[in-house]
Design a protein. Structure first.
Length: 148
């Protein structure tokens, strides 16, 4: 019987971290470190499912759903059980001091909704989190490196 390892290798990997520049903001442009926000990110998926199950049976309009998704992302994305792992380039408060990662949720609440939606779209797009061939280390290469 055959296997599907080749296909599986093209699946988004929630361990892959990508940099995301929030180009809508400047001086300096904040850069987030983001992991995949899809189903392979089990911790985030479970937290989202818990929130969604509380609304089961309610009639929600498209506009309400958009607002709920935005609020959930702002609250659930930062931290180890989310998909935003930190800042490569930290945003700044109005006084010029850097925002610590512990205030990431407050920062996400402050940015324009369209910028937050772009972050969500990036984090939920599996093609952004497939390991690229240049990032993959073949086992034979790993052994060769160890010989030096």
């Amino acid at each position: 019987m055959g296997s599907f390892n080749k296909i599986k290798s093209q699946e988004a990997n929630s361990d892959v971290v990508r940099e995301y520049d929030i180009y809508e903001l400047e001086d300096p442009t904040p850069v987030l470190l983001i992991r995949y926000a899809g189903r392979s990110n089990r911790a985030l998926t479970k937290r989202m499912q818990r929130r969604n199950s509380a609304r089961r049976g309610l009639t929600i309009t498209g506009e309400q759903a958009d607002a709920i998704n935005l609020k959930n992302a702002i609250e659930l994305y930062p931290g180890p059980e989310g998909c935003i792992d930190g800042f490569k380039v930290a945003p700044q408060y109005d006084n010029g001091s850097e925002v610590p990662f512990s205030d990431c949720q407050k920062f996400l609440e402050a940015i324009p909704d369209y910028a937050m939606r772009r972050i969500m779209l990036f984090a939920m797009s599996p093609e952004n989190f497939v390991e690229r061939p240049e990032e993959m280390v073949i086992e034979e290469d790993r052994e060769e490196v160890g010989k030096d």
